[in-house]
Ligand binder design. Structure first.
Ligand SMILES: [Zn+2]
Length: 344
């Protein structure tokens, strides 16, 4: 271990802020050549180091976030932990580079992929121009000790839209609201059984035979489980508070959406949450978050959902079936946007 720490110590003295890491690039090229490795550098300054017939590729980024006095680093040890005085330390991802240097000292048949400018938007990783030989890759940029990530869900956002017209309504006007539920991240928390404010509200409206919808504002962000949902409705039946649902009478007589009842049914029918589990790993394979619904007199009806899956084919399947689902309810246009990595 101490040899790795020594290597890390060396790295702390070489400037490597994002977009200004040429000194480290030169250093790594020289270091790997002196240990008998072949080196290539691509256009965006990713570095590819290899020897022999490697079965494993180790990957790290070689830029760091520079805060305070960085890239001038003065390290010290406090209670057995290395820190940097008035600056960021760059252990992310410097410790990975130090481990790679140790592997090269030992002359192991490995390949090393060092990507440029990760901290400012995965710039290098998005443009890697090398043909890697190894069948397996281990990314060394992790936050948790003694844990290995074996994959990450990919995702896609779907936006559905439809026009609707307004007609006269009948009955009393109510604001019906579900507010302040727990919420959570649509990926990380989707399997925790957190109730969706949109689903809670939809169920209430359906059970109380509400069909006249004047407006809806529900959900907060595309990647969060809805914590709040509010509708303005007309109802001939008296509506009352029920659990998380609170009801308020309004002295208005708004027009209502011609096809508002379809939206209420849609909310109830939509399969929100985990759609399939990976039994072996005990993690969600496919999940979908009914994230945001808005409808008012100005903007028409808009729905946003975020789908996540562990495999491309499953994501494809989910976006296709969800698109068809929305079309069934009269949504004419669905847009898709790919999410290239887990957003946290
Ligand atoms: Zn990192």
């Amino acid at each position: 271990m101490s040899a790795i720490i020594d290597h890390f110590q060396t790295l702390t003295q070489i400037p490597r802020c994002s977009k200004a890491a040429d000194k480290l690039l030169d250093f790594l090229v020289d270091f790997s050549k002196s240990r008998g490795y072949s080196v290539e550098v691509d256009e965006v300054k990713n570095i590819y180091i290899h020897k022999g017939n490697p079965t494993l590729c180790l990957q790290a980024h070689y830029d760091m976030v520079c805060m305070g006095k960085a890239p001038i680093l003065e390290t010290y040890i406090e209670d057995g932990v290395m820190r940097a005085k008035d600056s960021s330390l760059g252990a992310d991802n410097g410790m990975a580079i130090a481990m790679m240097m140790q592997n090269m000292d030992e002359g192991l048949d490995l390949e090393f992929l060092l990507t440029a400018d990760e901290e400012i938007g995965l710039i290098g990783a998005n443009e890697v121009a090398f043909d890697l030989k190894a069948k397996y890759m281990l990314n060394l940029d992790s936050e948790d000790e003694a844990e290995v990530y074996i994959g990450c869900a990919g995702g896609a956002d779907l936006l559905a839209f439809k026009e609707d017209s307004y007609v006269e309504g009948v009955g009393i006007c109510y604001e019906v609201a579900v507010k302040g539920l727990t919420g959570g991240h649509s990926g990380v928390d989707i399997d925790k059984g957190i109730p969706s404010a949109i689903k809670v509200l939809g169920k209430y409206l359906l059970e109380n035979d509400v069909t006249q919808l004047a407006s809806i504002y529900a959900g907060e962000r595309r990647n969060s489980i809805p914590a709040n949902a509010v509708v303005i409705v007309r109802s001939e039946k008296v509506l009352e508070n029920d659990g998380d649902v609170s009801v308020r009478v309004l002295k208005e007589e708004p027009k209502v959406l011609k096809e508002g009842s379809k939206i209420i049914t849609l909310i109830d029918e939509f399969r929100h949450g985990v759609l399939a589990m990976d039994e072996e790993l005990d993690i969600p394979n496919m999940s979908i978050n009914l994230a945001i619904i808005t409808a008012d007199e100005k903007g028409g009806v808009k729905i946003e959902v975020s789908a996540r899956a562990m495999a491309a084919a499953e994501l494809e399947y989910m976006t296709a079936t969800t698109g068809e689902f929305f079309e069934f309810y009269g949504f004419s246009r669905t847009y898709r946007r790919q999410i290239s990595r887990m957003e946290t």
